[in-house]
Design a binder for this molecule. Sequence first.
Ligand code: PEP
Ligand code: MG
Length: 931
Amino acid sequence: MATTTLPETEIAKRKPQVTKYVYFFGDGRADGNGKMKDELGGKGAGLAEMTNAGLPVPPGFTIQTEACREYMRHNGVSQEVDRQMEEALKHLEQLQGQKLGKGDNPLLVSVRSGAKFSMPGMMDTILNLGLNDQSVEALAKRSGNPRFAYDSYRRLIQMFGNVVLEIPKSAFDEVFEAKKKQKKAKLDTDLDARDLKAVIAEYKKVVKKHAKRDFPQDPHEQLVMARDAVFRSWNNDRAKHYRRINNISDDLGTAVNVQAMVFGNLGETSGSGVGFTRNPATGEKEFFAEFLINAQGEDVVAGIRTPLRISELKRIMPKVYDQLQQIATRLEKHYRDVQDIEFTVQDGKLYMLQTRNGKRTGRAAVRVAIQMVEEGLITKEEAIFRVEPNQLYDFLVPRLDEKEIKPENILTDKGLPASPGAAVGQIVFTADDAVAKAGHGAKKNPVILVRAETTPEDIHGMEVAVGILTSRGGMTSHAAVVTRGMGKCCVAGAGEVQVDEHEREMRVKGQVFKEGDWISLDGTTGRVIKGKLKTVEASPDDPELTKLLGWAEPFRKIGVRANADIPRDAIQARAFGAEGIGLCRTEHMFFAEDRIPHMQAMIMARDEQERRAALKKLLPMQRDDFAGLFRAMDGLPVTIRLLDPPLHEFLPKREELMVEIAVLPHANAKQKKSLVEKYRRFGAKAAGDLKKVLPKVLGRVEELHEFNPMLGHRGCRLGITYPEITEMQARAIFEAAVAVEKEGVNTHVEVMIPLTATLKEMAHQAAIVRRVADEVFEEKGQKVPYLVGTMIELPRAAIVADEIAKEAEFFSFGTNDLTQTTFGFSRDDINKILPTYLAEGILKQDPFAVLDREGVGALVRIGIERGRKTRPHLEVGICGEHGGEPSSVEFCHQVGMDYVACSPFRVLTARLAAAQAAASEKLKVEGGRTK
Ligand code: PEP
Ligand code: MG
């Protein structure tokens, strides 16, 4: 076997590279920098950047995200991670002249998570690590403040017990509260050193009892266990949930930051605070921070003590305040964005613990983006990307008047912003009370339903309430989902609020609220505020919003239309900037009170003649509906879809009918009367008729009954089996168009055939539409321009799109049905399996909310490509729910659609998302929406 000799340099190159897992920062120099968010996470990158910039940052090191990914893969980290961590710890010990948890002056560290994208409060933190039975005494002596030392130790046991050993918080809270009660202490700070020593002894017992082991005394063991727990916290339910709703990949992992502790609880010259460089609710340019004297960081955010306004710091420690403000300004300039900072003052010396881009409301995002352009900090092009398209919803709902909000009245700001908007009302604790207290008409009374969590049984109360507050549940809890559907303000999962439904009491921040007390909810930020605040109306024409959109929209390549069925919605959509109607679901017009009897008569008809008679009654009503839409959309395209749903949806339910027939012989006069009322439109005039009418209706319902109605007698299949329905609808459309054109309205009619799968289906329906159009134009002596096209909502339609395009003059992707038929998931029942699929990572997102690019998206691409092969200028749009979801809008732009269509309240979002998609392509900036 031939051998070759490699030159030395080659050998060096071929040596396996050791991954750098641990990055040190301290003493003005850091291994990493602010750009390394992938490796160091946002917090680690920020600490490195601040250290390099010479800001006062306590030294430490960051264990990078690769170690977390390793931990997730192998359920542990490699020896190399341990080795590098020990080395970094030694470096830290040398720099500080201290040893972790040892000696007269023990080094104590914090261990904190920090992922690439900030996930506030989702993962875990441990402070004061390194304390044990010996080092606590050393700390007591050194600080001359035994109370502080024992307080720090008890906090460590509590945090470590909860985060690492997974002992419920309440087990520690009980001990602490019992001590406070015994000592008649009002505040935590009323407990002295001796009390805290006793608490520590009790805490240790709690650990032993729950974890079946002692609290670890070895500081190195504490560190390894804490690091691993932080890695595990990446996959806790809260964090997984947060990532899902914020589109953050589960694969990123978190970094762990180990940092020398500085103490804000050393007495009256120490403190901790958090803040924003600008107001995160309004965007106002003001240093917006809060702090607490003699407290550690988590006290400020936990809401146990009410923090002070930052202006107080100016009074108490003017030098520290000036330095802090200078640093805040510097950081904002450096990062060119609003910063969310954490700081601690130890014995009068300021330390920066964190800086990251601050989260903000939609209104604040718009305002800040504009201000920063005016200040020359960012360009207009950058400003476009400083607002998340979904945030524009904030402009379409009322909000609380910020001027009225006093910090001391904020009961919590940590509820989940489950459904945006504002609500001001009187508290009720049950759905029944909500109904009783909400009143009607002139006596209408705004109530806010406050529950630990809501269930489907609360629906009636939720309907009448102006807002909902729950103390439990996440962003997809019942309360959150239902209220978003209702367009109603909701703050969910407000953990600081205790709800006692039996006592009809809400307790928060030591205050008790009873039924009838006024509160105000801010569903955009998750705040709950005491009292009856004023609200400010929705403002889609807000000048700042208009300005930002004015910068963004010239980039936009695709149109934005609305899905609207009635003139009122169309007018609203147009006010939000809709450029036409992408989908008018005509069946919604048939459900109206005055229409449904004729619709039902049409369905019950025994033959074509009877059917035509019923349709004739519907014709003028449909014509009026369409005329209204054309007027509202004067000059813009209006896409009208012919009848789509299975007919039995218009009839009484089969099971209900069966029960009614079964109980009819035993029914009393009152029950019979209500049945006559219900079945009058089917021919029941008196109780005696019911015996005949009910079985007749049931007979027809049975005939129409299908096992899979979504795959059944619906869409164009209806118009093919009952061509007279298509005829009537086409006639109504063209008669309306001609009539309004005569009034001077400019129409662009697009008639859309639903659920086609074959060319012949399309040709069949198109032929009827075109024939009727000719008839109407002939009769009225006037023509209007129009297109006949189809929805592409079945996989076959996408695949044979070249064929279908021979007849179809436009395509609109119905991605609700296309998702349903591509996955074979029922769109109505997916929620039974979706939570498991998301939790198991089988699906990343709900495919009915975010377009599945790989599967459904591939069909969309095929459909467009093949359709345009036949008809190069084929107009293509989307009208499924995805048309208003930013990442799906981006996809629609990328595949070359002409427009997206979405519900009126998502028009602003779609406009910005479409503009961002085009701008990111043109400016080559990172605009991809999937993190
Ligand atoms: C669709 O299927 O995407 C669609 C828009 O139609 P509908 O939701 O009415 O079925
Ligand atoms: Mg559909």
